[in-house]
Design a binder for this molecule. Sequence first.
Ligand SMILES: [Mn+2]
Length: 326
Amino acid sequence: MIDTGFSELLHRLRHARRVLVVSDGRPDGDSIGSSTATIGWLKRDYPHLQIQAFCREAIPPSLLSLPHIQSFTTDLGLFRESWDLIIMHDASNVEHGGIEDALPNTPPGYTLVNIDHHHSNTRYGQINIVQTDACATTEVLHRCWTQNAIHIDERMASSLLAGLLTDTSSFTNSGTTASSLAMAADLKQRGAQYAELQRATLSRQSIESLQLWGTLLARLHKRTDLNLAITYAFAHEHESLDDEEALNGLSNMLNARCGDVEAIILLKETSDGYIKGSCRSTQRDISKFCAIFGGGGHKKASGFKLKGALEALPSGGVRVREFSSH
Ligand SMILES: [Mn+2]
């Protein structure tokens, strides 16, 4: 099926001069990979365009080898400039993009484009290219480009593969579909750097990250009543690490390997007074559980955020103080 949103985007691109590419505010292989793939496409096929890229957070070191990564800035001043198109990637709403305060400053006349695959996407764009059956935003782009006979070159293929590897946890989680494996084969054939990306984006961990994993693994315990396993990190333990992705990697590893339970939860305290829950399951719809706490996401990978602090219990468990929904 041809995505009518993508046809509309092609139409608008013909008349555009200035394009701002925006990645989800929490940069990962999919949000950044989809953005860099788009940048590569626009630079090649629309050489007249002025292109800038924005991400609210600094790009993690593991993604710095992606093509066009040097186009990114964290400068919110970009939103005071005039744009013809602002193209969001992998953000289920404007807040996830971290631009809710900046976007109202942008001079009117721009078209907001929303390219995503989250079930919780609010269709906030004037153009929405949202395909919730895609395992990654890069799969949405791959479909749009192949259906419209847009050539995917070697560099675009590597960016697309980065998104696929991240969101399927290297083809180990339940997001791994026949179409994602077929897409991976197609990208490899087009020259995507599979082994290099795998090493750079997922496998390599610093000693400090692995030590934190060890601490959290020792805390892992089972909640029989909820049929899940839970572990936690205090703010001082993970915020001193220069590796935002370390705990995500642990969540994904536990989800792939933890037997006996249907789901896993990693609670992460932040020094500004919140607890972030990262939930994964290979077997049940964990987004319903997260919705109880005002959160959401994918059926098999969801999260929530509460105001509060963590308290370790003598029993080996953990509880949340100042428990109220955010
Ligand atoms: Mn994604």
